[in-house]
Design a protein around this ligand. Structure first.
Ligand SMILES: [Zn+2]
Length: 372
């Protein structure tokens, strides 16, 4: 444990606006602290709400009503009276508990309900959903740093909707207080404010479940390049093995539905998989770049990413062959393969890697720094 950092006082931290849901019915709010309603347009306080007092917000012609009365605005914030108490505030939204306060926007599609939450408190509702609290503490710390960095670098991602991040897999799954776990809360505290930088900029701290033995160059997955998202080897190869068997007729018709109509598939050509060996049709890690498929009506070339989407494959790190009346796909890993492998991080932790070493293994050339 890094005692120098643990001894620093827990200070100011950034706020995030997390979009929760849009409601076409009134929404109930209740908080544990004395709160205030603020008109977002002019920052004026509208009224004080006592702690543990339920209020009902409704949308009347895109204007906000509180307990049935108009407050003459379409955007409001529900915050603690003492601004410093945001991290201690907990708000029940229709009975579900979230840390922090709430922003409400009345729109033509309903009331947009947005959680105003300090970053560290947000992470408590995110990290246990991304990695099981039963994992090694060093792997969990690496996950907390990756999730914190991801959240901060992607602030404003949903700015057109009036918030920073959504609460689904599109950004990071966030489930408020009910998702929290004692162990992940402790790990978040122990890495308070720590994020990853490359050339003094926050990094795109992407992660996935299992690399299968080697992570992937980001350019081979999304066609953009970040120097710190490069293919790296794992301690263990051929992890997360999976198999899919599909009758040739089903395989052929699914291909046809995806605009690769070659009739009944007769042959499938790709270099055999060797993890970490690139070829013309495989990437640096051995993931499928392109497969040649020959059928009764013609032939086609199909990318690994397209195959993954058509057949809902766990990864693009696979072998494929025809055997009798079936197509058999044998693969490894789970996810896009870019950045940190969560199962790989667990393996490294078991081999005495500390979280900073785990992070520098997956994010090459980056620096771990405390941002606040
Ligand atoms: Zn999102």
């Amino acid at each position: 444990m890094n005692t120098a950092q643990a001894e620093k006082p827990k200070s100011w931290q950034p706020e995030l606006l997390v979009g929760l849901f849009i409601s076409n019915t009134p929404v109930k709010l209740k908080t544990n602290l004395s709160a205030v309603l603020i008109n977002s347009a002019n920052n004026h306080n509208i009224k004080v709400i006592n702690k543990n007092t339920e209020i009902v917000i409704s949308n009347v012609g895109n204007r906000i009503h509180v307990n049935g009365h108009s407050i003459n605005c379409s955007e409001m914030e529900f915050r603690p009276r003492n601004e410093k108490e945001l991290k201690d505030m907990q708000t029940q939204i229709n009975g579900k508990m979230y840390r922090g306060g709430v922003k409400v926007i009345a729109t033509s599609s309903g009331l947009s309900i947005i959680n105003i939450v300090a970053v560290e408190e947000y992470l408590r509702g995110v990290v246990p959903g991304e990695m099981s609290p039963s994992y090694h503490e060093e792997a969990l710390k690496a996950q907390a740093v990756a999730a914190r960095t991801f959240a901060l670098v992607n602030r404003k991602r949903h700015k057109d909707s009036g918030y920073d991040l959504c609460n689904t897999t599109h950004c990071q799954v966030y489930n408020g207080v009910e998702a929290e776990h004692r162990i992940t809360n402790k790990i978040i505290d122990e890495t308070f404010g720590e994020v990853l930088f490359y050339n003094n900029k926050l990094i795109q701290a992407l992660f996935h479940t299992d690399s299968g033995g080697m992570t992937e160059n980001v350019i081979d997955v999304w066609g953009v390049d970040y120097p710190y998202l490069r293919a790296v080897s794992e301690i263990e190869k051929e992890t997360g093995a999976w198999t899919l068997r599909i009758p040739i007729n089903d395989f052929s018709s699914k291909l046809a539905a995806a605009k690769h109509n070659v009739g009944t598939v007769k042959s499938i050509k790709i270099t055999p998989l060797k993890i970490g060996k690139s070829t013309a049709d495989r990437t640096a890690s051995g993931r499928v770049k392109e497969i040649n498929i020959q059928g009764t009506k013609g032939q086609t070339k199909i990318t690994g990413t397209e195959m993954r989407s058509i057949f809902s494959l766990r990864s693009t790190l696979f072998e494929i062959k025809i055997s009798g009346s079936e197509v058999i796909i044998n693969g490894y890993g789970w996810g896009h393969g870019v950045g940190m492998s969560q199962n790989g991080a667990q393996n490294l932790a078991k081999h005495n890697y500390t979280y900073d070493k785990i992070l520098s293994h997956y994010y090459k050339g980056t620096t771990l720094k405390r941002l606040y």
